[in-house]
Design a protein around this ligand. Structure first.
Ligand SMILES: [Zn+2]
Length: 159
């Protein structure tokens, strides 16, 4: 049987932060605020993985008050979520995602992000989708207050 999981995350921009997306540090002058490296794309993917196996969300598994999460590379969070899928008897088939932000330009970094995520997820790169769009200058994303990401994962389960 196939199961799907959906993930959504958003972080606001803050001063003195690095911008990390899909495990890639992107020069942008400001980064996203958060307890970890605030990698919004990777967080959405982790929630999609957890959702596919009926687990609770990333905040439950990786709580903000856990000192071991502070500044963590979020690729490790998605790796642990993928391990939970395996432990539940699931086989990850593919994961797709969409980043939503007015800036910076994501296109030049997508290949490296895909390689990073394929590696930690144990997937062929063709099974990792990363797309980017703007919010057409509407709302908090359109005003450049932060970034958001959505993700969906498909998992094959024995029953
Ligand atoms: Zn997050």
């Amino acid at each position: 049987m196939f199961r799907s999981g959906i993930g959504y995350d958003a972080h606001r921009f803050g001063e003195g932060r690095k911008l990390v997306l899909g495990g890639v540090e992107i020069p942008h002058g400001r980064g996203l605020e958060g307890h970890s490296d605030a990698d919004v794309l990777t967080h959405a993917m982790a929630d999609a993985l957890l959702g596919a196996i009926g687990e609770r969300d990333i905040g439950h598994h990786f709580p903000n008050n856990d000192p071991t999460i502070r500044g963590i590379n979020s690729l490790e969070i998605v790796r642990k979520a993928a391990n939970l899928v395996t432990a539940a008897g699931g086989k990850l088939i593919n994961i797709d995602s969409c980043l939503i932000a007015e800036a910076p330009k994501i296109g030049p970094h997508i290949a490296t992000m895909k390689a990073n995520l394929a590696r930690v997820l144990g997937l062929d790169e063709r099974r990792v989708g990363i797309k980017a769009t703007t919010n057409e200058r509407m709302g908090f994303l359109g005003r450049g207050e932060g970034m958001a990401a959505t993700a969906v994962a498909s998992v094959e389960m024995p029953g």
